[in-house]
Write a protein that binds this ligand. Structure first.
Ligand SMILES: Nc1ncnc2c1ncn2[C@@H]1O[C@H](COP(=O)(O)OP(=O)(O)OP(=O)(O)O)[C@@H](O)[C@H]1O
Ligand SMILES: [Mg+2]
Length: 504
């Protein structure tokens, strides 16, 4: 009976009167805002999925692709009450059928979904913006927790994918944790505490004016658990890993672009940094305009390097990535373009690295991954065979303790022996003991021979000097002890491997 114009005017009037007397105000958060997906809608959905106050009798369950957990949410047209800073709000999930579509650039879903937030008018100025920020932050956290970790690599060289990203990713499912990592328990606890402090230290970094990042240098012989440690760090903190293949990066500006495309809460790893690129002598490698002076620290930050850009002169053809480029990557202005990032470098030869790379602030913590020690051996035996200390007969434990340090076996070698015989547990321990004894004996003979020939003294001195420069005294002391025991050069190690001693 009534014409549409009149109907519209009456509804409008009614709404206005209603709003006038109502003590609430309403906010609609629709799933699709015009043609764009509304990020806030997804965030609210995720946020409500974690809400402890969800008590509805009907909830919708979802599990995203690659996700490791199920999330639950509000069913259609259901309500939920939430409190924030002492203020109570009401969320309603509103689902209506969309009217038949006229022409559209993008087909829209049949249902029109959205959340309606109801807040008391007097509470609106107090909470609205901080509540929305809180929801976004919480949603990001939940998303990260539900999604598996990702492992990124730049192995495609400088080429970009269809979305313009230089990194390729795969789900990261490495099972290594600090629990399975065999190393000195006190050192392990130190590292875990350092990581915890870093992850919770936003306000500290803000207060002290430091970029929220931390560098770890893992060094030690091959097979001592450096890569496993990185995986354990990522699993512990729930961070993604960016495995940077330096040999695939051709210029400093390419390195910078890669850095800019990393997300926060991530670990950026450069494995075997001494092998990837010649970084020992920055005068040779740094061919920028100020590259002549040797001791002047300004050389690291010569202006062309910082400004960079693909067309800059120092980034000419070939592999022209320089030490100064790498230092800027870890410590320069560009390293702060994200936050909460950890840099981890690994090397087998710490003495080959430039001191500038090792200084505090760049590599804050130097972690020496040693040959298998007695506490580490106990962890391995427990993890692989399920033996507790008390399960082993009296002498065998003492015998193991007596030879394990002298044998200089890596945790990788030890775990090989244990894996091979894991079904016959006692046999595995006995065989391990035999092998440790043989290796300890051989190391003693080698040391004797070396002393007789007077070889290797110079080499050792050189290694000692390099390690002395490292702030990790603990690692250095261990290394010194190893030197005193007089063995552990790479040659004898590879000899032993060739002899198939472990296989025996
Ligand atoms: N400390 C350790 N705790 C537990 N397992 C270890 C440890 N060290 C080595 N392993 C075992 O040995 C294997 C090799 O270790 P990993 O790859 O971590 O050594 P790495 O130090 O990174 O060697 P490289 O210097 O050659 O890269 C791993 O699969 C792991 O199972
Ligand atoms: Mg490794």
């Amino acid at each position: 009976v009534f014409p549409p114009e009149l109907r519209f005017a009456v509804v409008k009037l009614f709404n206005r009167i209603f709003n006038w007397f109502s003590s609430y105000c309403y906010f609609d958060i629709t799933e699709i805002d015009g043609v764009n997906t509304n990020e806030l809608y997804n965030a609210v959905q995720l946020y409500l999925s974690s809400s402890v106050s969800i008590t509805g009798s009907r909830l919708s369950l979802t599990r995203a692709l690659n996700a490791s957990a199920i999330t639950f949410g509000l069913s259609n047209n259901d309500c939920i009450v939430d409190t924030f800073n002492g203020v109570t709000v009401l969320w309603e999930h509103v689902v209506t059928q969309r009217q038949a579509q006229t022409f559209s650039w993008r087909p829209l879903p049949d249902e029109k979904r959205g959340f309606t937030l109801r807040i008391r008018k007097r509470d609106k100025p107090v909470i609205l913006s901080s509540y929305m920020d809180y929801i976004m932050e919480k949603a990001n956290e939940i998303r990260r927790k539900n999604q598996d970790r990702l492992l990124y690599t730049n192995s495609r060289g400088g080429s970009l994918d269809s979305r313009g990203h230089p990194w390729e990713s795969v789900p990261f499912k490495h099972p290594s944790t600090f629990h399975t990592l065999a190393m000195d328990p006190a050192m392990k606890e130190d590292i875990m505490e350092d990581l915890r402090e870093f992850a919770n230290g936003q306000s500290f970094y803000q207060k002290t004016g430091r970029a929220w990042k931390r560098g770890y240098l893992l060094y030690g012989p091959p097979g001592t658990g450096k890569s496993s440690m990185i995986a354990a760090m990522a699993n512990y903190l729930g961070y993604d890993i960016y495995d940077l293949e330096l040999t695939e990066v051709h210029t400093n500006s390419e390195l910078r672009k890669l850095l800019m495309k990393t997300t926060s809460k991530s670990i950026i790893v450069i494995e075997d940094i001494d092998c990837s690129i010649n970084l020992t002598n920055r005068n040779k490698t740094n061919n920028g305009p100020a590259g002549g002076g040797s001791k002047n620290p300004r050389n690291y930050y010569d202006s062309s390097d910082i400004r960079g850009g693909s067309g800059s002169g120092e980034d000419g053809g070939g592999n022209s990535i320089t030490l100064s480029g790498l230092l800027n990557f870890t410590d320069g202005l560009w390293s702060c373009c994200g936050s909460e990032r950890i840099f981890v470098f690994t090397t087998n030869h710490v003495e080959k690295l430039d001191r500038a790379l090792l200084r505090s602030g760049r590599m804050d913590m130097h972690i020496y991954m040693s040959y298998c020690t007695f506490p580490a051996l106990k962890i391995l035996i427990k993890n692989y065979l399920g033996y507790e200390e008390s399960d082993l007969e009296g002498d065998i434990l003492e015998e193991l303790e007596a030879v394990v340090d002298k044998a200089q076996m890596t945790p990788a070698d030890v775990s090989e022996v244990l894996i091979k015989n894991r079904r016959f547990k006692l046999k595995a321990v006995r065989e391990l003991l035999e092998i440790l004894k043989v290796r300890a004996e051989r190391n003693r003979n080698n040391a004797g021979l070396r002393e007789k020939n007077g070889n290797g003294v110079e080499e050792e001195e050189q290694e000692k000097r390099a390690l002395e420069s490292s702030p990790n005294k603990e690692g250095f002391d261990q290394f010194q002890e190893t030197c005193k025991k007089g063995d552990g050069d790479d040659e004898s190690e590879s000899d032993q491997k060739e002899d198939g001693l472990i296989e025996k």
